[in-house]
Design a protein around this ligand. Structure first.
Ligand code: AHR
Length: 675
């Protein structure tokens, strides 16, 4: 399999992976006798409240076609192919023309509209929108159809209908008496039926002409931001995000921050304000992979920086924007902004902090206030570049750091460490070079990425043991365990990969004095609109589900505790490689609860003799929250979203010493209550 652009040409390989299934993966036979001591007297170090967060990128229809619940693709006819997503409709004996035309006066962000001329109305002349692989409509729910329209004076009637795959009309309505200059027309429609792949027809049914722009269909019920809707975000997806109780929300990516070229980089200022003023941009993932071409993938920025901040606030996560540092994606063009020309890039970063944190009277704080949020967002973290490497990055990072720290010393800056060293040219050497620089420059936080086949995660839980707790703190900002290989379309979000990630996370907690934040990537994917696998959450036009990997994130986040407890474990028969059990014990300072997380990657029950060493007594009755499945390949899906989900069950007989038998292929959290 080859990639069209840089991800292939710069050495991203799609390993022809073979699922390695390891029932008897550790030497020693059927039943290990494991002795596990948890020192409950005091934590050895704290666990950062930010430890588990979310990484959002508009990849796989993550924003347009996903979280941003606009049903109409190319609503403003601003795609370079102005009619992309639209097809002409002439019904019955109708005669007329339908075409995208230039608007007057010309404005780059709002250059075109649709002109429908009706000579003979018949049953209507107009256009049909295909949505994002169709449009999801839920029976009984209300939808806002809205459009900007104008006529040359003669009143026009529009018929609006959403039509199911079988021709059934699920939404229907009429807007009469459209006349004169541009006006906004809104219609509230109730769905007669549920449809996964509807189309929207907009038909002019009287003689004359009408210009239409920003043709939009939105569910009336979108995610709420305290007392008001977060402009247009899909409720089920926001609920899944919130249920992780994430420490932070990193946005807007990923490589999307960098762009294939600098001209196509992510520029936050183009993503705020009136929707019509948000300059559409091609999505960098549209043709990245030949095996998953998505030429109709654009960024409308309906989900822009203001909405990201609102979303973070709503789900209780610290906002963590990442900004372009004058470098385009090094897997693509690797274009550089000359150091002398870096001024506007640095200014964008300074202005972003003012937009987020400045008083409502400041220039950018006022923009935030005008959009409805006079209170500052209190942003504490900012990423400088994404997967950058080489001396060019260091040179640019220093310029950003100087300017930002001078004005905003309290904002923590995140420096990158390239991509996964195994997948970019000369990766290990480049990463070593970056670390040699970071050890001297001491950025607040360094961001590392890992995209590898799942055994690596089991075998490298001690990866952070050798990192210096006095050095920069670590953000493992992107990682995912693969069944096959990086960006392989064969990758699965199955249980064994989820357990591999869980084992790796025990290593983060063990080194919680080094690793302070982490996030799985990518976050979301449309089952038909994806470019990259695996992903944490999958959705179609109607529903969504968390993968086993999602539930690992959720359990680690809910039961992260505040301090790590020392554990000692004897694993008879285990000699390197993949172990029969991985554990991490933490304590919740406020309640004294102990969370003992254990990963059993084997097909057998693993019994451990647990000793709670310390003066504190624990109740005999406890809880176990268990994520397991029928086998290592088990997955969730749109049809079976609940196959691999955590289940809570009571546990009896906890004492100073007790035995516990961990289910095959499981992540278990034992919740011990102090007496
Ligand atoms: O998560 C998908 C991509 O992987 C991200 O955009 C990028 O940072 C990494 O290479």
């Amino acid at each position: 399999m080859k990639a069209v652009n840089g991800f292939g040409t710069c050495g991203w390989t799609t390993a022809i992976g073979v699922m390695v299934f390891f029932g008897g993966l550790f030497a020693g036979g059927a039943q290990a006798e494991i002795a596990l001591t948890v020192h409950t007297d005091r934590p050895v170090h704290s666990i950062d409240p930010m430890m588990y967060g979310l990484f959002f990128e508009d990849i796989n229809f993550g924003a347009d076609g996903g979280l941003y619940s606009e049903r109409v693709k190319n609503r403003s006819f601003e795609f370079p192919d102005a009619m992309m997503g639209w097809s002409e409709v002439q019904r019955g004996a109708a005669e007329g023309t339908v075409a995208a035309i230039c608007k007057q006066p010309y404005k780059e962000s709002d250059a075109r509209c649709l002109r429908i001329t009706v000579n003979q109305p018949g049953e209507g002349v107009g256009a049909s929108n295909e949505g994002f692989r169709g449009m999801g409509i839920h029976k009984g729910q209300e939808y806002y159809f809205s459009v900007f329209a104008r006529t040359d004076g003669v009143p026009m009637t529009l018929r609006i209908e959403a039509v199911g795959a079988g021709g059934n009309k699920v939404l229907e309505g009429t807007i009469d008496n459209i006349r004169g200059d541009w006006n906004h027309y809104i219609l509230l429609l109730k769905a007669a039926d549920t449809e996964r792949k509807a189309k929207l027809n907009v038909l002019a049914v009287s003689e004359g002409m009408v210009d239409l722009d920003m043709i939009s269909l939105f569910p009336a019920e979108t995610a709420r931001h305290t007392d008001r809707p977060i402009p247009g975000l899909r409720k089920d997806l926001v609920e899944l995000l919130a249920a992780v109780k994430p420490g932070f929300l990193r946005f807007p990516g990923g490589c999307i921050v960098e762009g294939r070229t600098l001209a196509r980089r992510y520029q936050w200022k183009n993503t705020i304000g009136d929707l019509q003023d948000r300059q559409i941009l091609v999505n960098r993932w549209n043709t990245e992979f030949r095996h998953r071409l998505t030429p109709d993938y654009y960024q409308s920025f309906g989900l822009g920086f203001f909405e990201y901040f609102l979303l973070a606030e709503q789900i209780g996560a610290e906002p963590m924007p990442i900004i372009n540092c004058g470098m385009a994606c090094q897997f693509n063009t690797a274009e550089l902004a000359a150091v002398e020309k870096l001024g506007p890039y640095v200014q964008d970063a300074l202005d972003l902090i003012e937009f987020a944190n400045g008083p409502a009277e400041s220039r950018w704080g006022r923009r935030r206030a005008e959009m409805g949020h006079p209170e500052p967002f209190g942003m504490k973290y900012l990423g400088i570049g994404n997967e950058q490497w080489g001396p060019q990055y260091i040179e640019r990072y220093k310029i950003f750091e100087k300017a930002l720290k001078e004005r905003y010393p309290d904002v923590q800056l995140i420096a990158g460490c390239g991509s996964d060293p195994e997948i970019f040219p000369n990766g290990p050497v480049e990463v070593e070079y970056l670390w040699s620089q970071w050890r001297t420059l001491k950025p607040d936080i360094v961001d590392e990425h890992f995209y590898r086949r799942y055994p690596w995660f089991f075998e490298n839980t001690d990866h952070y043991d050798s990192y210096d707790p006095q050095g920069p703190k670590l953000f493992v900002g992107e990682y995912a365990a693969m069944t096959h290989g990086v960006a392989s379309p064969e990758n699965r979000n199955n249980l064994i990969c989820a357990l591999a990630e869980a084992a790796f996370l025990t290593g983060f907690e063990k080194n919680g004095d080094v690793v302070i934040m982490s996030s799985y990537a990518p976050l979301t994917a449309h089952v038909e609109g994806w470019q990259w696998k695996p992903n944490l959450i999958w959705f179609d036009n109607l529903t969504s589900y968390g993968t086993p990997n999602y539930y690992v994130q959720q359990l680690f986040s809910l039961y992260k505790g505040t301090g790590r407890l020392k554990t000692e474990m004897s694993l008879p028969g285990a000699s390197g490689g993949i172990r029969p059990l991985y554990v991490s014990a933490t304590v919740e300072e406020k309640t004294g609860q102990v969370y003992l997380k254990a990963v059993n990657p084997t097909g057998e029950r693993i019994r451990a003799d647990v000793r709670l060493a310390g003066p504190q007594g624990y109740r005999r009755s406890a809880w176990a929250v268990v994520l397991s499945g029928a086998g290592p390949d088990d997955e969730n899906s749109i049809e079976a979203p609940g196959r691999v989900v955590p289940k809570k069950r009571p546990v009896e007989g906890v004492g100073e010493t007790f035995a516990y038998s961990f289910d095959p292929y499981s992540l278990t959290v034992l919740i011990l209550e102090k007496e």
